[in-house]
Design a protein around this ligand. Structure first.
Ligand SMILES: Cc1cc2nc3c(=O)[nH]c(=O)nc-3n(C[C@H](O)[C@H](O)[C@H](O)COP(=O)(O)OP(=O)(O)OC[C@H]3O[C@@H](n4cnc5c(N)ncnc54)[C@H](O)[C@@H]3O)c2cc1C
Length: 319
């Protein structure tokens, strides 16, 4: 019996969302009186023993260059094999893009109940009940899982990274890695200084900016804050910004610590992708803009005056 956490790697480092999953999974293991173990895939994996800091006792490392490129089918089969050999009762993944592709496949393969997008630790007082967001974050559902093996995919920013002392034992996992059925012939890294889905701070702008030529001030603000840039859907539809920056119901769902929305009205479909942000700052010239209802801080005024002043002020503070 154990809790197995899938730790997702990008460029030799465990993603922040996976550090959250490791911390969460370790706490679940403590709750159940068992141990937490991690599974890491690929050759370019970094210092795996250090994952002990997040509470895992053992790291199953599947070393194969085939796994350096993400393939949901191959990853699912490998994680399932490790889960079976480790005797995992609970499998935790982060509900990021890779997690969303793996979790349902894993659920079908292991005949395991899945709670996708969990936002809290399971209630194990009687049974195994996990809380998740539903209706684009407007309500919660408490899902009771009764299968012997349970899978939880954790929403980003729903559980803090908890770092302590400790070193994990790293063991090579002896599993068969199938050749992927899909051949990747090339990949282009999305432009931008910071990855949108992993960013702590996101600076986002909408149609209030009038045109793509005005995004310089958005990028300047993002640069001083070391933030990723995002946009509303009409902005991406009009090709003012690339589609990979589009957030909302039909774009990326993000949950940064700080979301700065500039010239965005705050339509329900936009909010659906950003309302899990810890702190929301809205800049809009219309005091009646719906976004102000969801904002922690609001600035009523012209973005073209406010944003450059904010950037200068932050530059001064940061020295
Ligand atoms: C099925 C469906 C799915 C959708 N999915 C998404 C989605 O995923 N993401 C998404 O974003 N939208 C989505 N939409 C579209 C959504 O309904 C809104 O139309 C869209 O979010 C509006 O974008 P916006 O706020 O940039 O533009 P607008 O609604 O035009 O708002 C512009 C805002 O800028 C303000 N403004 C103007 N000038 C200035 C200035 N100088 N300074 C400061 N503020 C200024 C205005 O007051 C206004 O509030 C979807 C719609 C549908 C029907």
């Amino acid at each position: 019996m154990s809790v197995l956490i899938f730790a997702d790697i990008a460029e030799g480092q465990v993603k922040k969302s996976s550090l959250e999953a490791l911390s969460y999974g370790s706490k679940v293991a403590a709750q159940l009186g068992t141990t937490a173990e991690a599974v890491v895939l690929g050759d370019n994996a970094g210092d795996l023993a250090s994952l002990g800091k997040y509470g895992v006792k053992k790291v199953h490392h599947v070393s194969s260059s085939t796994l350096d490129n993400f393939d949901a089918q191959v990853y699912t089969k490998v994680i399932a094999e490790v889960a079976l050999s480790a005797g995992a009762d609970v499998i935790v993944l982060s509900n990021n893009l890779n997690g969303k592709a793996i979790a349902p496949r894993l659920s079908a393969r292991l005949k395991a109940g899945l709670v996708s997008g969990a936002v809290a630790l399971p209630d194990t007082a009687s049974g195994f009940v996990v809380r998740k967001n539903v209706f684009s974050g407007k309500a919660y559902a408490n899902i009771s899982v009764s299968t012997p093996v349970k899978i939880i995919s954790l929403n980003s920013n729903a559980y803090p990274v908890t770092e302590g002392e400790g070193t994990a034992e790293v063991v090579p996992a002896n599993v068969t890695v199938d050749a992927p059925k899909v051949k990747v012939t090339g990949s282009t890294k999305a432009s931008g200084e910071v990855s949108l889905t992993e960013a702590e701070i996101v600076v986002s702008a909408g149609r209030g900016l009038k045109g793509p030529e005005n995004w310089g001030m958005v990028e300047d603000l993002a640069h001083v804050l070391h933030a990723a840039t995002a946009c509303s859907r009409p902005v991406a539809d009009a090709d003012w910004r690339p589609h990979h920056e589009h957030v909302g119901q039909t774009g990326f769902a993000i949950a940064p610590n700080l979301y700065v929305a500039i010239g965005i009205s705050g339509a329900i479909q936009h909010l659906a992708g950003v309302n899990r942000s810890k702190v929301i700052v809205v800049i809009n010239k219309d005091p009646e803009a719906p976004f102000f209802k969801a904002a922690d801080y609001g600035i009523v005024g012209d973005a073209f005056e406010i944003v450059p002043k904010m950037t200068e002020a932050i530059k001064k503070i940061k020295g």
